[in-house]
Design a protein around this ligand. Structure first.
Ligand code: ZN
Length: 220
């Protein structure tokens, strides 16, 4: 099981990199498991990271093994500790989300897919130095009732019940930031009203769920 988590983290890094969301040593991933969680190591480029390099940590911040964890392990640990429904956390410096984070403003409901992050905005967390407890506190506040946020002048965080869900949301947030960027260049985007976003959020609760067929295994 823990060997699979390590392999899945590497696979996710590569898939995010293939879409341009993950470059060099920027970005990090954690997954709940073992005695706490597994997190990508600091300072090793994603394309040189091996499953055995993934660092096992406890929720009180102790590591096992020879490698040091990502410098952002604080917010990974704090999110996993505060949000029992979350089992995977992805942080990237992906181009559009990072550019939008430098404007230090929330992504408004310019498109209904903003609701994929759990509400009618994707918040931008207040700025704090990378790797600090202050950044972790700001990220947790921005993630309240949300599954994604921007980090001011830094990047984004996406979380999920599993690694696949967190990866798909990170890709969605990056796409949304790209779309918002283009809409801002072209003019003044029309913002969807709160009532419409509430309807979308209700619809998303059942959207994409196939009816159960006899003989079909329950989807993961
Ligand atoms: Zn970062």
């Amino acid at each position: 099981m823990t060997a699979k988590i390590r392999r899945d983290i590497i696979d996710t890094m590569r898939r995010l990199a293939a879409r341009g969301l993950y470059t060099g040593t920027s970005g990090n991933i954690s997954v709940r498991g073992g005695a706490g969680f597994f997190v990508t190591p600091t300072g090793i480029p994603f394309d040189e990271t091996k499953p055995s390099d993934i660092v096992a940590m406890t929720l009180d911040g102790k590591t096992r093994g020879r490698l040091r964890p990502s410098s952002e392990w604080h917010f990974h640990r704090d999110i996993l500790r505060a949000r029992p429904e979350v089992n995977a956390v992805i942080h990237t410096h992906s181009p559009f989300a990072t550019a939008m984070s430098c404007l230090r403003r929330d992504i408004p409901p310019f498109h209904y897919m903003v609701a994929k992050a759990g509400g009618d905005t994707i918040r931008c967390a207040r700025y704090a130095t990378f790797g600090t407890g202050a950044l972790s506190r700001n990220a947790l506040a921005a993630l309240k009732q949300r599954k994604a946020c921007l980090l001011a002048n830094h990047g984004m965080i996406a979380v999920g019940a599993d690694l696949g869900a967190a990866r798909r949301l990170a890709e969605e947030v990056e796409d949304l930031c790209g779309q918002y960027w283009r809409a801002l260049l072209a003019g003044k985007p029309v913002i969807l009203p709160r009532r419409e976003m509430a309807a979308v959020i209700r619809k998303f609760k059942t959207y994409g769920h196939q009816p159960a067929k006899p003989g079909r295994k329950k989807g993961r």
